[in-house]
Design a protein around this ligand. Structure first.
Ligand SMILES: Nc1nc2c(ncn2[C@@H]2O[C@H](COP(=O)(O)OP(=O)(O)OP(=O)(O)O)[C@@H](O)[C@H]2O)c(=O)[nH]1
Ligand SMILES: [Mg+2]
Length: 1024
């Protein structure tokens, strides 16, 4: 019977004297109460945590006593009555002031457990050595300097705990304690790992190291572990805290440890031997010098606890996310700036501690940690919690969420402090709210140079013609204005410059969902100029966003006589009709071609399976694209509206009304909804605020952060950004790999950067040379300009200088150059042999190149195909209209895939994988463009030739994908015809490109030779 609720006032114990266990802890006893003597049956007497300095002699009547607990009292000497307990098995004397034990103590030979922790022993009490039954001895936290040799007399010891003493060595005889399961000698000034431990074959737990654990360091000395450690094959727990370890013996990985603590050592990487310990469940590497985690960390598949606080880890690499059993991850006080997006993969994670890092952002993925129970993000720079944070299913209690020391604004601090329920309801409320807003829509104004675009925009916005020349000076790239019509809609007007050079850039500014105006100067119009003045823009729009709405506007009406104006308007309209018919026919023809392709490639339909289900993916994509194009025709307003913006203004009111009517169709312009989620409207506001800062773009991560601030999770953020893209307020390119990280929240700034690069003003460079390039000599500057003019290589330093007007602290010249590279306008070329900084690094802009094919190509590409070689030729035919800038952008994109390239306006020769490759662009007929890629080599090199050409073609097709209205097909030219130099060589259609070569394929007959000759299948079907 236990008697733990004893109150002295209540003397019931006298009535029930059969007390076996008496719990008299923490009663403030200065002396043992007399009544205790009467507990004759007591076997366990716990008097811990009182103020006892003595025990009464009468206690000797407690003759059944087996366990006496006297911890945390004031004993200076062992009370002599203790020596009378002949049955004593356990004696707990820890936290007293004992400094010695009487010799007679050795007579208590029944003792098995003796705890003398935290006393004042300066020498090992020799009386203990007589306790031959002793199994567990704890003499930690004393000042013992020597363990006697005859410790081996305690041959039954299983647990020997001697942490935090002053032992500088251990006797060899300790190795004879063959029953020892646990040995702790942590916090002693041991110079090395004691030799004797290798003999302790039964050892399961070993604590070494010099760390005192109280913020004190006692001269770390253990700098290596002996090879022998690996022989302790029953060892499951090992601690070497506070050493100088940087590496481990090779055999360490063979240990079958479950817990390993190497905290406070000097490891700079997680040793591979630790990762090899596949049984490990708990790993503590806190306060080492880790800066990262190795990729094979995932191999520790049993790991449940990983403690890494106090290192210098900057990021969590993806392999960590494969530790599927991880329950506790402690990364407090490292240098993390964020957590991986897919941290949610750690399905078992319950404890995540990341306080004291540099995180200013938490990924949405955090909300997928479905087991998360405890989170500490204190002392970071987090302003915003992920939008679904409140939905974390197990993180319910405020006690387990620590957010202090963060500048939280969303949800605000007071909400965060109120706990998860408050956070959840705050976030839900945010999602539900909607606001009424004036809708905004993107309006693009196109037209020839000087067609009157800027004047028209001015007229629309101000209701009067522009007076000052400065109001209509030549538009460079695009100028963006917000125009409030006061008729329930605002337009974000993109007024494009008419200069042909800017054609390269349209792909960055044209997006779906805009309303478009094509202006034509009626004063200078004549029928032969139709295509450049009007047709080109209609083809451009049809290629980029088929189905978009277009209004045609004739400007300079005041400069035309009425009948001339009527004739010219009539001609424009008639030619527009012809062009639309042509576009329709092309779309139909494409559809028919794809139908044939579907027939050819669709496998035999089986009963119950529709043909479309068994088409190859690429054919299905082609078919969907052709059908979509057929359905989405440009919607061109039937009459050409004329305006005058001379001295008097005319036609503007009608045009304004027409524009407002056009966009009021909500089915066609869904952005016209007046009611939008509050969060979208808030996002718009914060993005507008960002425009005040000198930034050209936001990174995707910054955008996620802003999204979180207004309560948008990643999916909803994407929807909101799509909406803002439709309204013309921002631009982003999630499908262009190099640009996926950029969000252009202020497209005008992007236009400025592109303008500086594309129409570089060398005059201003020369004029401001001293200011912009203080460390460049005048002559070098003029040389660099000549190199650019003659060879199109623009010194990177010069380019950075050109971009200076757009640069800021946030985006310096280098960052802006990277932006140009990401826009695929140019690529860097380095020449290591050149010393001068001005010439060592250059940028090449394919868009500037005007030179024709150089005469001296023969060295690389002989005019005639050498006899022993074959030519593999792949082609892409783009019909009707070729997207502007396509070839130039492709040329930039493939730069990293080729070596030793030489370029001219319509081509390039280079090596890829040692194979020479020739690429040529040719205009075929009026509007068809062919891009042809050829490689040469022997037939046995067919694999290399495919590898040299096919990836280049794939990149071209990827770029074409951005133009849903572009019509194209690919082919493989017959190598037989090429070899024979036949005119109009046969083209094997594109399905061949999708049918890889397999060994055993027979050769392919050449149709041009009336099927008499043949060509190796290796040159028709790709070798992959
Ligand atoms: N009389 C008359 N002059 C016009 C009209 N529209 C434009 N202009 C003049 O034509 C010139 C060119 O006009 P802009 O509006 O700058 O032409 P733009 O199309 O913007 O030119 P870029 O931006 O260089 O491509 C200016 O001098 C205008 O004043 C018009 O309807 N009547
Ligand atoms: Mg203009």
């Amino acid at each position: 019977m236990a008697y733990s609720s004893w109150r002295l006032a209540d003397k019931r114990y006298l009535v029930t004297p059969k007390v076996i266990r008496a719990d008299l802890r923490s009663r403030g006893f200065k002396a043992v109460p007399e009544e205790v003597v009467q507990l004759r049956d007591v076997e366990v007497l716990d008097l811990s945590n009182n103020d006892l300095a003595l025990l009464p002699q009468q206690l000797r009547f407690l003759t059944r006593l087996k366990e006496l607990r006297l911890a945390s009292n004031k004993l200076h000497v062992l009370p002599s009555v203790v020596l009378t307990f002949e049955r004593l098995v356990g004696l707990h004397l820890y936290q007293n002031e004992l400094s010695s034990l009487p010799e007679r103590f050795g007579l208590l030979t029944t003792i098995r457990v003796l705890d003398l922790r935290g006393n004042r022993f300066t020498a090992f009490p020799s009386a203990i050595l007589s306790l031959t039954q002793l199994k567990e001895l704890n003499i930690s936290q004393n000042k013992i300097a020597v363990v006697p040799d005859n410790i081996e007399k305690l041959w039954q010891l299983t647990d020997l705990l001697m942490d935090h003493n002053q032992l500088s060595f251990l006797p060899e005889t300790l190795g004879n304690l063959s029953q020892l399961r646990e040995l702790r000698v942590q916090g002693n000034p041991l110079a090395c790992v004691p030799e004797c431990i290798k003999k302790l074959k039964r050892l399961q737990t070993l604590f070494l190291g010099n760390f005192l654990g109280l913020g004190q360091e006692d001269g770390y000395t253990i700098s290596e572990l002996p090879e022998d450690v690996a022989k302790l094959n029953l060892l499951t727990v090992m601690t070497v805290r506070g050493g100088l370890l940087t590496s481990l013996p090779d055999t360490f990985g063979t240990l079958r440890l479950k817990e390993l603590d190497f905290s406070f050592n000097l490891f700079a990487v997680v040793p591979k031997q630790v990762i090899e310990v596949s049984t490990l469940e708990k790993l503590n590497l806190c306060y080492n010098r880790l800066t990262s985690l190795p990729d094979d960390v995932y191999k520790m598949q049993k790991l449940k606890t990983m403690i890494l606080y106090g290192n210098e880890i900057k990021e969590l690499p993806p392999p960590v996310l494969r530790l599927s059993r991880l329950v506790m991850l402690n990364l407090d006080h490292n240098q993390l700036t964020t957590l991986p997006d897919d941290i949610g993969k750690l399905e078992s994670l319950e404890y995540l501690l990341v306080s004291g890092n540099n995180m200013d952002f938490l990924p949405e993925g955090l909300c997928n940690l479905k087991s998360l129970f405890h989170l500490n993000i204190s002392d970071n720079n987090v302003e915003v919690l992920p939008a679904d944070f409140g939905k974390l299913p197990r993180l319910k209690s405020a006690r387990h969420l620590h957010t202090r020391g963060n500048p939280l604004v969303q949800p605000p601090r007071r909400v965060c402090d109120s706990g998860m329920a408050a956070i959840k309801s705050y976030q839900e409320q945010l999602q539900r709210a909607e606001v009424v807003r004036t809708p905004r829509i993107k309006l693009c104004v196109f037209g020839d140079s000087l067609a009157g675009k800027t004047s028209l925009v001015y007229g629309l916005m101000h209701g009067k013609p522009p007076r000052a020349a400065s109001q209509t000076s030549r538009t460079r790239v695009t100028k963006i204005n917000t125009w409030d019509t006061k008729m329930g809609v605002e337009f974000e007007v993109y007024d494009f410059g008419g200069n042909q050079l800017y054609n390269l850039l349209y792909q960055h500014f044209l997006t779906d969902g805009a309303v478009n105006v094509v202006t034509v100067n009626m004063q200078s119009y004549n029928p032969s100029r139709f295509y450049s003045a009007v047709g080109y823009w209609l083809d451009l729009l049809n290629a980029r966003s088929p189905g978009s709405t277009v209004l045609l506007v004739g400007t300079h009406a005041d400069k035309c006589k009425p009948e001339k104006l009527r004739d010219r308007c009539g001609d424009v309209q008639a030619q527009v009709e012809v062009l639309q018919r042509r576009q329709l026919q092309e779309a139909q023809a494409q559809d028919e071609r794809v139908d044939i392709l579907v027939d050819k490639t669709g496998k035999q339909s089986k009963p119950g399976i529709k043909m479309k289900d068994i088409l190859p993916d690429w054919v299905r994509e082609r078919r969907d694209r052709a059908k979509a194009l057929l359905e989405n025709r440009l919607e061109i307003h039937p009459t050409l509206m004329t305006v005058s913006l001379g001295k008097n203004i005319q036609g503007i009111t009608e045009l304004r009304n027409e524009l407002v009517t056009k966009v009021s169709d909500i089915a066609k312009f869904p952005v016209m909804r007046r009611l939008v989620p509050q969060t979208w409207s808030d996002l718009h506001k914060v993005l507008q605020d960002e425009r005040r800062k000198p930034r050209v773009w936001l990174t995707w991560r910054e955008c996620l952060r802003l999204g979180q601030r207004v309560g948008l999770n990643i999916e909803k953020l994407r929807l909101a950004l799509d909406h803002l893209q439709l309204t013309g307020t921002l631009l982003r390119f999630p499908h262009v790999p190099s640009l996926a990280d950029y969000v252009f929240h202020d497209p005008g700034r992007l236009a400025n950067v592109l303008r500086e690069a594309l129409t570089p003003s060398m005059e201003s460079v020369l004029k401001e040379g001293k200011v912009r390039f203080p460390d460049v000599r005048w002559n070098d500057l003029t040389d660099a300009i000549s190199v650019f003019r003659d060879m199109n290589f623009l010194s990177t330093k010069l380019l950075e200088g050109l971009l200076q007007p757009c640069s800021s602290e946030v985006h310096d010249g280098k960052a802006l150059v990277s932006l140009l590279e990401a826009c695929e306008l140019c690529f860097g070329v380095k020449d290591d042999s050149v010393q001068e900084a001005l010439f060592a690094s250059c940028h090449y802009f394919p868009g500037y190149q005007q030179a024709s094919q150089p005469a001296d190509l023969i060295d690389i590409w002989a005019e005639e195909l050498p006899n022993h070689q074959e030519q593999l030729q792949l082609g892409c035919q783009i019909r009707g209209f070729c997207p502007p800038g396509l070839f130039e952008r492709w040329s930039t994109r493939v730069n990293r895939l080729v070596q030793e390239r030489r370029d001219w306006k319509d081509g390039m020769v280079a090596y890829r994988g040692g194979v020479p490759v020739l690429v040529e662009r040719a205009q075929d007929g009026v509007a068809n463009v062919e891009i042809v890629l050829s490689a040469r080599g022997q037939i046995k090199e067919a694999f290399r030739m495919w590898n040299a050409t096919l990836p280049l073609l794939t990149h071209l097709l990827e770029l074409l994908d951005e133009w849903p209205g572009a019509l194209y097909s690919t082919y493989v030219t017959c190598a037989h015809c090429l070899k024979q130099r036949l005119e109009n060589p046969y083209r094997y259609p594109e399905e061949n490109l999708h049918q890889p070569y397999v060994v055993g394929m027979t050769s392919v007959r050449c149709p041009r030779s009336m099927y008499k000759e043949s060509v190796s299948a290796m040159l028709v079907h790709p070798q992959l």
